[in-house]
Design a protein around this ligand. Structure first.
Ligand code: C2E
Ligand code: CA
Ligand code: CA
Length: 258
């Protein structure tokens, strides 16, 4: 939850980033292939803590970094670290896929596709093992991101996923306009799947829509067995949520899932 004001977060975050990303680390949450209940890949989720406030949640520190522009440096660091980890896990499971969140501020930078390509080449990691998650509201959020930027990214061979589908007003337009391979249905919809009224129709209908235009679906936020049972027959390709596993440090992820 957002804390009252912490006006020095901006300074503390800059200081961390300038000191070799001190206090930052990445946790990995499993994504499960629904048909076989086997590991599909992981989403890289950034964590940050500092001496003054301890652990601060991403919903609080990411907006500060987007505001001060440091999200670009963080984004590169996260992409590099997650790609390194992905390379390691691909040796254990060659079709492993690592998803990284990409801020639209990052996407405004013209060198994004160069940076991603150079990182993959340096590591000898195939582009198909990486997925970039973009939040659906960005194409109309006033950012200068355009179709051309997205197409350049797509040409690198990295898959694109639309994050938090259904949570913003631009979802259908973005879905129609951009070449996402995977659509992540927002976790806010999962609770409705176990209801016995018309609300239960949302996840099946959104899934059907995505499938009808040839997109794969990932359902986020599956927390309980009951929720899993309610959605497992819908043909959703990938699922993610506390029911399958919480975000954990790399070593723990390796022990739990490989
Ligand atoms: P997101 O991309 O939608 O990531 C999923 C969030 O849902 C994560 O929160 C995850 O811990 C949480 N989650 C996963 N399973 C469940 C579940 O079953 N139930 C519930 N209630 N929650 C679940 P987290 O790690 O706090 O991250 C929050 C947001 O911060 C992310 O939402 C993403 O938008 C942003 N974020 C995190 N790391 C990065 C990053 O490296 N770069 C950028 N640009 N944004 C990031
Ligand atoms: Ca995400
Ligand atoms: Ca999401």
């Amino acid at each position: 939850m957002r804390q009252p004001s912490r006006p020095d977060l901006d300074f503390l975050l800059r200081d961390s980033i300038e000191n070799n990303f001190r206090g930052f680390c990445i946790h990995y949450q499993p994504q499960i292939r629904t048909s076989s209940k086997t590991l599909y890949g992981a989403e890289a989720l950034t964590r940050w803590s500092c001496g003054k406030y301890g652990s601060v949640c991403p919903d609080e520190f990411i907006p500060v970094l987007e505001e001060n522009g440091k999200i670009v440096e963080l984004g590169k660091w996260v992409f590099g670290e997650a790609a390194k980890q992905c390379k390691k896990w691909c040796a254990l499971q060659p079709d492993f896929r690592m998803s990284v969140n990409l801020s639209c501020r990052y996407l405004e930078k013209a060198d994004m596709e160069w940076f991603a390509q150079a990182t993959l080449r340096r590591l000898g990691l195939p582009a198909k093992n990486m997925i970039l998650e973009l939040t659906e509201s960005w194409p109309v959020s006033g950012s200068r991101v355009n179709e051309e930027t997205v197409l350049k990214l797509q040409k690198t061979g990295i898959s694109l996923a639309m994050d938090d589908f259904g949570s913003g007003y631009s979802s259908l337009l973005s879905l129609q306009k951009f070449p996402f391979q995977m659509i992540k249905i927002d976790k806010a919809f999962v609770k409705s799947t176990t209801r016995d009224d018309e609300q239960a129709a949302f996840v099946p209908s959104l899934t059907q829509l995505c499938h009808s235009i040839g997109r794969q679906v990932c359902l986020e936020g599956v927390e309980t067995r009951e929720e899993y049972e309610a959605v497992r027959q819908l043909g959703i390709e990938v699922m993610q949520g506390y029911y399958f596993g919480r975000p954990v440090p790399a070593e723990e992820f390796e022990q739990l899932y490989f």
